[in-house]
Design a protein around this ligand. Structure first.
Ligand code: ADP
Length: 293
């Protein structure tokens, strides 16, 4: 599977430029699309999922022109949107059966087998007869994956899937994505760095409709080795002074004090200590670089 996005731009009627000449290539393996709220992730994912048009640019999915061959693309693409529908009083089994018919799986035996396999795969077998409206957040998200799998897709797009899940549900959901990602290309769009760190061998960071970084999290981390320094600011004034003097990429409150993380090629001063770089540092470095430019 290869998805090639070239020079994609989108401006909404209200003047917001959600995508600015964005180019990105996504191959096999689970791909993390990371960016803050408002970065343009959903705009990009909706366009790839054929649900909205771009102003210019092109998207190629294994030789298909995504912007014009929408019906063909929909046959090989599963999509779990950020806001996933209304949950009816129907059971998961009935709903999947219904959706499978709509997708053209007309053979009854084939449809039954397909639905049962998907219910097992998404760990919904035990609750398959319960009304979807009674499902927990995690179960709903797993049902969202179940419906996306119906098309037997080559590519699955999931948009902000772990927002609002409790830690156990999130874990279960990420495990499901990981098992699916070994067979099908999955694009995981998220603002949660941890999701990408845990799952994705490749990633991109986007912000303000622009691509800031594309590559393997491991090599992005490696490029920061020895360049992240930490210091505790005792007062708000000291924090402001540090922000003025150095490239501060993030501050965290620890026991009421501000731990400041600074990006610098060499030690910014004796009272800084070198720390291991994290994927969060990669993320905040790219966002703060864009903001400083
Ligand atoms: P993300 O998914 O990264 O949070 P979005 O693609 O949803 O980002 O939004 C990118 C920008 O486009 C934001 O400024 C958002 O407010 C704006 N936007 C998104 N959808 C619309 C729309 N339908 N009409 C107008 N502006 C929109």
């Amino acid at each position: 599977m290869a998805l090639t996005i070239t020079g994609l731009s989108k401006t909404y009627p209200n003047g917001v430029r959600a995508l600015k000449n964005l180019s990105l290539t996504i191959g096999n393996l689970m791909f993390g699309l990371l960016g803050p709220n408002g970065a343009g992730k959903s705009s990009l994912m909706r366009t790839v999922a054929t649900l909205q048009d771009a102003d210019s640019g092109s998207i190629d999915l294994d030789g298909l022109n995504v912007l014009t061959q929408k019906d063909e693309v929909r046959k090989i693409l599963g999509y779990l949107p950020q806001e996933f529908g209304v949950y009816p009083k129907l059971s998961a089994t009935d709903m999947l059966q219904h959706l499978a018919v709509m997708k053209g799986v007309t053979n009854k035996t084939e449809r039954k087998q397909m639905v049962e396999a998907i219910l097992n795969q998404t760990n919904l077998w035990d609750v398959r007869k319960k009304a979807l409206s009674t499902y927990s957040g995690g179960m709903k998200q797993r049902f969202g994956i179940a419906q996306a799998l119906l098309a037997n897709p080559k590519l699955i797009i999931v948009d902000e899937p772990t927002a609002g899940l409790d830690p156990a549900e999130r874990n279960r959901f990420l495990n499901l994505l990981s098992s699916i990602g070994s067979k099908v290309t999955v694009i995981l769009s998220t603002h949660i760095v941890e999701d990408v760190r845990e799952l994705c061998p490749r990633m991109a960071i986007i912000s303000n409709g622009e691509l800031l970084l594309e590559g393997a999290p491991a090599s992005a981390l490696e490029s920061l080795r020895g360049k992240i320094w930490s210091k505790v600011a005792a007062t708000d004034d000291e924090l402001r002074a540090l922000e003025a003097a150095f490239h501060v990429i993030s501050t965290h409150l620890i026991g009421g004090l501000h731990e400041v993380r600074v990006y610098a090629d060499s030690s910014p001063g004796d009272d800084f200590r070198p720390v291991d770089s994290s994927l969060e540092d990669v993320y905040f470095l790219n966002l703060t670089r864009q903001a400083r430019n």
